[in-house]
Design a protein around this ligand. Structure first.
Ligand SMILES: *[C@@H]1O[C@H](CO)[C@@H](O)[C@H](O)[C@H]1NC(C)=O
Ligand SMILES: *[C@@H]1O[C@H](CO)[C@@H](O)[C@H](O)[C@H]1NC(C)=O
Length: 167
């Protein structure tokens, strides 16, 4: 003999269970797509290293950037923003990050490329902090969705070093 209260309890349990299952499926679908991007960046040449008229150190670089970020594109991807930055330490700041180059990838068909570039933004440091300075090259991509949360990832190429003397 089931009491009314008991039946109500069972119905609620079933409802709660199926709601849970729907939530689990939705988030599963979110995670089913596992991107497998590949990317690489490399300093080919320090083309300029001098003290600027302002007194700041200035670096000119040539880079090789290759990436295949096609797998980050889904129906929900608006665009991917890619940038390359130099990271180094100075006594004043433990991490200095200088953006050297960036690109907006508007669609999957543009997401597989290999290019030889010069720094698009100035690589400078106040004073003369950069002689013999070790730096890392970071290649970072931000996947911007049409809706939902942004996703970002990066790779770091370590142990580059600037010359001891100006050129
Ligand atoms: C740039 O990178 C691509 C892909 O890794 C490589 O095939 C090419 O030889 C590189 N170019 C230079 C100048 O190193
Ligand atoms: C460069 O990368 C190495 C290895 O990940 C890390 O130990 C070091 O702190 C990095 N240097 C800077 C300036 O971020």
């Amino acid at each position: 003999m089931h009491s009314y209260g008991n039946r109500m309890g069972n119905l609620l349990t079933v409802a709660a269970l199926s709601l849970g299952a729907i939530c689990a499926m939705a988030s599963l679908c979110d995670h089913l797509h596992v991107p497998s991007p590949s990317a690489h960046a490399q300093v080919l040449k320090i083309s300029r290293f001098r003290k600027h008229r302002s007194g700041d150190d200035e670096v000119g670089l040539e880079l090789n950037v290759s990436a295949n970020l096609q797998s980050t594109f889904t129906w929900n991807t608006k665009q991917v923003f890619l940038f390359v930055a130099a990271e180094y330490e100075t006594p004043k700041n433990s991490i200095n990050q200088i953006s050297l180059w960036d690109r907006i990838i508007p669609a999957k068909e543009y997401a597989d490329f290999s290019i030889h570039i010069k720094n698009k933004y100035r690589f400078t440091d106040q004073g003369n902090n950069l002689q013999g300075k070790e730096f890392n090259l970071t290649l970072c991509w931000q996947v911007m969705p049409k809706s939902g949360r942004m996703f970002a990832d990066k790779i770091v190429m370590t142990r580059y070093r600037l010359p001891d003397k100006y050129q």
